[in-house]
Ligand binder design. Structure first.
Ligand SMILES: Nc1nc2c(ncn2[C@@H]2O[C@H](COP(=O)(O)OP(=O)(O)OP(=O)(O)O)[C@@H](O)[C@H]2O)c(=O)[nH]1
Ligand SMILES: [Mg+2]
Length: 392
């Protein structure tokens, strides 16, 4: 078997290829000044996504936030102040811009002719999050007016009822009633108070998870990965995406490599596939944002483990446990071996990344990456995957 060395691979380039392949949903964020738009965005995507000063004004009152390695594009509308002339301008601005958006975006794409833009969907607003602050204790005619206008354009729209820590239950109910009576939209209660007591008291009312589920469900399948990878936290959703969408992408790639029986020595062909899969998993958990050179660490571990473990598991007859793996094993890597070995590797890397992400993002721990990404952990988890596969 060819001995791959970490130097044979450009991990950052691979990570770049993965990033290029991810389509990004365009999300429009609406609401009055101080409604809590920025707070919602920061809560859902983390503070890096729409950093002050990083936006590009696209038209009067609308700022675009886009970063190469982040899977969503946000359009933040400058809020209107109740009682100023900005109120009437707001609706007109948003409406005009939404109308022109498609045209402008397709012009731009024609001029730029970006090689990797194969998405017919890129020139659309994919959904609207309309923020209404519960702190104002009322839903204004203006809000209703703009929501109806956007509804007529058939844009999926959710009302984010923000700052609910500022109202009592009755006031909240009255506002929800007002929304229900005036427009047909789904709404979700949120608050970003950093007071733990407040948040735990509100726990039964808060609907962040529901908002995120709504947002995912209303995106085209092809745009969900970008959205989910851009989320802060939400590790369970990320894990689901990895198991159901990302790992299968690579296991079928691996099966393709082995479609015609290939000599055992060519099992190394699986290494590049597994590296790319591992970096893809790591990126989905947002770990690539955390430490610049983590991709080379993960890549290197996969390079060294993949070959070793394949040889080892073959000799340990582990594969005999997998249905469909023929007796030719030992001389050829057939499709079942190639894909199950890759699936096992994907499972192991996903578990390890999940543990790291939990420690770093949810528990705020400083961790030693080597304690997580090492041959022992990968080997143990892969064996676990094979045991489950055998039983299943
Ligand atoms: N108590 C409480 N305050 C909040 C909450 N969300 C936002 N705020 C505060 O409300 C103010 C406005 O929030 P932003 O998120 O900046 O509102 P915005 O809609 O982005 O405002 P503009 O960009 O000026 O239109 C800030 O001082 C926030 O700290 C919340 O859930 N609870
Ligand atoms: Mg703001």
């Amino acid at each position: 078997m060819k001995d791959y060395r970490p130097d044979d691979f450009d991990f950052n380039q691979t990570l770049g290829e993965i990033t290029q392949g991810i389509k990004k949903p365009n999300i429009l964020i609406c609401g009055a000044t101080g409604a809590g738009k920025s707070s919602v965005v920061n809560y859902v995507f983390g503070e890096d996504v729409a950093k002050i000063g990083h936006g590009i004004p696209v038209t009067r009152g609308i700022t675009k936030f886009q970063q190469e390695n982040i899977g969503v594009v946000l359009y933040d509308t400058e809020g209107y102040e109740i009682g100023t002339e900005k109120v009437s301008n707001y609706k007109l601005n948003v409406e005009t811009w939404v109308n022109e958006f498609r045209e402008n975006e397709s012009d731009k794409h024609q001029t730029m002719k970006t090689a990797n833009d194969n998405s017919d969907l890129s020139n659309q607003i994919h959904e609207v999050w309309y923020c209404i602050s519960a702190a104002n204790k009322r839903v204004t005619d203006m809000d209703i007016d703009v929501i109806r206008m956007l509804n007529r354009k058939k844009l999926p729209l959710a009302v984010v009822l923000t700052q609910i820590d500022n109202v009592d239950a009755e006031e909240l109910q009255a506002m929800e009633e007002a929304i229900r009576n005036n427009c047909q939209v789904e709404f979700f209660r949120t608050s970003v108070s950093d007071d733990e007591v407040v948040i735990s008291a509100l726990n039964d009312y808060l609907q962040w998870d529901e908002l995120i589920k709504w947002a995912i469900d209303h995106l085209d399948e092809s745009l969900r990965e970008g959205f989910i990878s851009a989320l802060k936290g939400n590790l369970a959703a990320k894990k689901r995406l990895i198991n159901h969408k990302i790992i299968p992408l690579y296991t079928s790639g691996a099966a393709g490599v082995a479609l015609t029986p290939i000599p055992f020595s060519d099992a190394a062909l699986l290494v590049p596939i597994q590296i790319k899969m591992s970096l893809h998993i790591m990126k989905t958990y947002g770990l690539d944002q955390k430490l610049g050179n983590l991709s080379s660490l993960v890549g290197s571990v996969v390079v060294s483990e993949s070959g070793r473990l394949l040889a080892q598991t073959l000799s340990a007859n582990l594969f005999k446990l997998i249905p469909g793996v023929g007796t030719a094993i030992g001389t050829t890597v057939n499709t079942a071996v190639a894909s199950s070995f890759t699936a096992a590797m994907g499972y192991a890397i996903s578990e390890i990344c999940f543990r790291c992400a939990t420690a770093v993002f949810e528990e705020g721990k400083e961790i030693e990456w080597n304690d997580y990404f090492n041959g022992e952990n990968i080997g143990k988890l892969m064996t676990e995957w094979f045991r489950v596969a055998r039983r299943g």
